[in-house]
Design a binder for this molecule. Structure first.
Ligand code: FAD
Length: 388
């Protein structure tokens, strides 16, 4: 039987970051099992690459600020350019209640030291993004140090740097069973590539975290939520340097990436719909295009590239915050799950904090008590504006 000091289940951006941070701290024998035949098979390969620190809870703001610091020295650390472009995030409010909620979240951001986040009048919104139809816009908020990253490059950077430090990545290998002893310790993993005796196991299985948890007999409250993206053909209708622009009311947002406009609108999927369907729905596509044309009139001339439109899954937790730390009832089974659509931007911080949990007994760079997996059973889920 093979052995490993730490086995990480899931080789997406979170698993790769965990592997790198463990190996960099001296864990000698880290094995990552990824059931996809190639890297990026899960949500990481579908993400649009938004990065922001504008959240409504202290823990999320601080996770972003730590990640930002790490992204700024990512290339030096891993040898790979994460594509971090600080082009800002602009939240647009179309009513006073929306504006009040954005400004209330900003006071949390300011308390965390994100002083560059600021409130905007409708005129300032128009100056920051002149392509918008500002009829009905009440104002907004903006943070110039938010922006964009390249999800697959962050994953590659961490995976390659981890491999140089001795971590092993096995693709096309699926976790199929978990043996837990009478003391609540995971001992042996049954995989499609044979049995592995594990000292510590990390669940980094993204939207499939609950499935992996069930193999070990733990309920993990993470569910897949389908999210769709419409993509235009290459166009110069909007500038590449446009900030990510998000409508606070319905979450519609758009950005320009590699000369194409990406349009997103987080709709409520119909009951019973398959969350893993990878093509977009025609009705959704018509709705998102109509929103785009009403809000950004120049997009009336944009042409949708139907073949480039796609869907993926968010890994939702009940309070839209990550679960980080030991799983309830299992002392050597750790969770790094449930980032709820923010897993790429938070992956640098989550990997570091997870390594601290495993190697030092607790995370200490940041206070992440709010992310403990037991909070739901304690009735202490996070509250506060998630800001999508
Ligand atoms: C449309 C869309 C847009 C997004 N935009 C953003 C964004 O702008 N910014 C942002 O931060 N995030 C964004 N996200 C969310 C982001 O993609 C996720 O939060 C992030 O990728 C989660 O990383 P992960 O490593 O946890 O999961 P994944 O990348 O899903 O990795 C988990 C891996 O586990 C593997 N796995 C599952 N079960 C097993 C098993 N039994 N055995 C072995 N392997 C297994 C899967 O194959 C998968 O590769 C977006 C997501 C979508 C769908």
């Amino acid at each position: 039987m093979r052995t490993a000091e730490v086995v990480i289940v899931g080789g997406g951006v979170v698993g790769a970051s965990a592997a790198y941070h463990l190996a960099a701290r001296g864990a000698r024998d880290v094995l990552v099992l990824e059931r996809g035949a190639r890297p990026g098979a899960g949500s990481t390969g579908r993400a649009t690459g938004g990065f922001r620190a504008q959240f409504g809870t202290e823990v999320n703001v601080r996770l972003s600020m730590l990640s930002r610091e790490k992204l700024l020295r990512f290339e030096e650390e891993t040898g790979v350019d994460p594509g971090f472009l600080q082009r800002g995030y602009l939240f647009v409010a179309t009513g006073e209640a929306e504006l009040d909620a954005l400004v209330a979240a900003q006071s949390v951001q300011h308390e965390c030291g994100l002083l560059e986040a600021r409130a905007l009048t409708a005129e300032e919104v128009a100056r920051l993004n002149p392509a918008l139809n500002t009829e009905g816009v009440a104002g907004g908020v903006y943070c110039p140090t938010d922006g964009f990253v390249r999800p697959l490059e962050i994953m590659r950077g961490y995976a390659e740097a981890a491999a140089r430090l001795g971590a092993r990545f096995e693709y096309g290998v699926s976790l199929e069973g978990v043996e837990v002893d009478a003391n609540g310790r995971v001992r042996t993993l049954r995989t499609s590539g044979g049995e592995v005796s594990a000292g510590v196991v990390v669940n980094a299985a993204g939207a499939w975290a609950a499935e992996v948890g069930r193999l070990a007999g733990v309920e993990i409250p993470v569910t897949p939520l389908r999210r769709q993206i419409a993509v235009t053909r290459p166009t110069e209708l909007l500038p590449e340097e446009m900030p990510m622009t998000i409508y606070a009311g319905d979450g519609f947002h758009l950005r320009v990436r590699d000369g194409r406009v990406l349009l997103l609108w987080p709709d409520e999927p119909p009951h019973g719909a398959d969350p893993f369907e990878t093509d977009v729905d025609e009705e959704w596509l018509a709705a998102v295009v109509s929103k785009a044309r009403a809000r950004v009139p120049c997009l009336g001339a944009a042409v949708i590239d139907r073949a480039a439109c796609r869907a993926g899954v968010y890994e939702m937790s009940p309070d839209r915050h990550a679960l980080l730390g030991p799983a309830p009832g299992l002392e050597n089974f750790y969770l790094a799950n449930g980032s709820s659509g923010h897993g790429v931007m938070h992956s640098p911080a989550l990997g570091q904090l997870l390594a601290e949990h495993i190697l030092d007994g607790d995370a200490h760079t940041l206070d992440v008590h709010a992310l403990r997996p037991t909070r739901f059973a304690e009735g202490r889920a996070n509250t506060g504006a998630a800001l999508l």
